[in-house]
Design a protein around this ligand. Structure first.
Ligand code: ARG
Length: 486
């Protein structure tokens, strides 16, 4: 057999036998890395166009290979080309399918390239694209949460430390705390994107290539900001994958903490929130149940994402510089982690739409009576008492309130004045929850004006992030479109 009918082998010359089928299935990543198809094809098109433009292969050959690659991608999308077969990975599948279609000219594609720089390039494109999507989803959730905060500026609830009533805060302020966590996550993902934005193609197997290639042209076509500096490093570098998974894991941790809180808030003990039927599940046995399963699963799946980060780091720890086959395991880990986190951000967004905040339950809890004890101390400090003494005095007032079972603002004034002559009638106003909240006027505090300033900052931040994400998405779409037929 020869030409188009010959089975395609990447290393036929050196080998007399094909790989044992059991070992092929053990070593193959085809089932996983088929997701890289478009990015692999697009990177090959940029590469082959550069080979043509630099005269390393002829223009007609370059054109034939590029259109063959585009046809292959279209056929894969339509289902005409089945992405299956005894292949080691998506890269060998594409090469074989191209060979089937074009014959020996297909063999010119791999000029001045190795699978080591090829796979690193396709994977970086994939990670960049996924990060842009995940950042956009995160911005959606930020935006929805800012809107909820805007609508709940006048709702007070107890703020907690150690899960004990601490000081009253505005619900808006509490919700915005998650917006700033998500904002840091977006920041980390943008930084991960920046680190992934380096072109490894042109590194060959490890030493560079011996043809006069134009790496900058390939970087421009593929939308990479920079060229890798060292071919040994570039082929073995998966730091960008670690960065992406670490950023995603941190985001997942935030979602998990939020989930934990929502589970608590949905309990009868808190009853701070009510769940719409469409975001809860019932019990097969207990007819009264309404369970917050979606957020329990976000919390549960966080373990898998942290596991992915650990798996990736552990896979890397024993590898010398340059490519080792171990690196193939990066894809499955990254795919799983990014899929889980993307699905969780979406799920949290949908879940929150079905959450109703109970202003009544929160307000009642904020008015139970002792949350504003700090205000007594602050009041006395303003009258000149050192804070430590004031704290002690306030503690004595708390004892009195506990003994009488009444809130601090309903204690008779003479209870205060007997404990300290510095107390005036206005102390009874200062210990009201709303007054305590309004006293926190510092930037970042929970007073209404400070929260409104924070809301304005959050809106600006969301808009800025959105602009970045839309520009990055356009850039990735432009690169992806390199694989489309004109
Ligand atoms: N499937 C491999 C991977 O994902 C591709 C590179 C294989 N290179 C090699 N020399 N065997 O890492």
């Amino acid at each position: 057999m020869s030409g188009k009918d010959a089975p395609h082998m990447m290393w036929g010359g050196r080998f007399h036998e094909a790989l044992d089928p059991d070992l092929l299935s053990f070593t193959s990543s085809f089932g996983t890395d088929r997701r890289l198809l478009r990015w692999d094809v697009v990177a090959s098109i940029a590469h082959v166009q550069m080979l043509g433009a630099t005269g390393i292969i002829t223009d007609p050959d370059a054109t034939a290979i590029a259109s063959g690659l585009r046809a292959l991608l279209a056929d894969a999308a339509s289902g005409e080309l089945k992405i299956e077969g005894p292949y080691e990975d998506i890269h060998s599948f594409v090469e074989a399918a191209l060979y089937q279609r074009l014959g020996p000219v297909a063999g010119r594609l791999h000029t001045a390239r190795s699978r080591n720089d090829q796979v690193a390039t396709a994977f970086r494109l994939f990670v960049k694209d996924q990060l842009v999507d995940l950042i956009a989803l995160t911005i959606d959730l930020m935006k929805a949460t800012v809107a909820r905060a805007e609508a709940t500026v006048d709702v007070l609830l107890p703020g907690f430390t150690h899960l004990q009533h601490a000081q009253p805060v505005r619900l808006a302020h509490h919700l915005l705390s998650y917006v700033w966590m998500l904002d840091r996550d977006a920041d980390r993902m943008v930084e991960s994107y920046r680190r992934a934005d380096v072109l490894p193609l042109g590194s060959g197997a490890l030493a560079g290539v011996s043809f006069p290639i134009d790496r900058q042209r390939v970087a421009d076509a593929l939308g990479f900001a920079r060229l890798s500096d060292n071919s040994v490093d570039a082929t073995g570098d998966r730091d960008f994958a670690v960065d992406a998974v670490a950023a995603a894991a941190q985001l997942m941790i935030h979602l998990s903490r939020w989930s934990e809180e929502l589970v608590l808030w949905a309990s009868d003990e808190f009853a701070f929130i009510a769940l719409a039927d469409r975001v809860a599940t019932g019990s097969s046995l207990m007819p009264q149940k309404k369970n917050p399963d979606p957020v329990e699963l976000i919390r549960g799946r966080t373990g898998r994402v942290c596991g992915a980060l650990s798996a990736l780091l552990t896979m890397l720890k024993g590898l010398p510089a340059g490519y080792s086959r171990d690196l193939q395991e990066d894809k499955e880990i990254v795919f799983e982690a990014l899929d889980l986190v993307s699905a969780s951000v979406r799920a949290m967004h949908t879940f929150l739409k079905g959450v109703t905040f109970s202003a009544a339950r929160m307000g009642e809890a904020a008015h139970r009576g002792l949350l504003t004890a700090t205000e007594i101390a602050d009041y006395l400090v303003r009258k000149g008492m050192p804070f430590r003494d004031a704290h002690e005095v306030a503690g004595r007032v708390v004892q009195e309130a506990l003994g009488r079972g009444c809130p601090l603002w309903e204690l008779p004034l003479d209870v205060y004045t007997k404990i300290t002559p510095l107390a005036g009638a206005d102390i009874l106003d200062a210990v009201r929850p709303l007054a305590a909240v309004e006293a926190k006027r510092v930037p970042g505090g929970t007073a209404k004006a400070a929260v409104q300033a924070q809301l304005a900052d959050a809106h600006r931040q969301v808009a800025g992030r959105r602009a970045w994400a839309e520009e990055a998405a356009r850039r990735m779409q432009r690169v992806a479109a390199l694989g489309d037929r004109g």
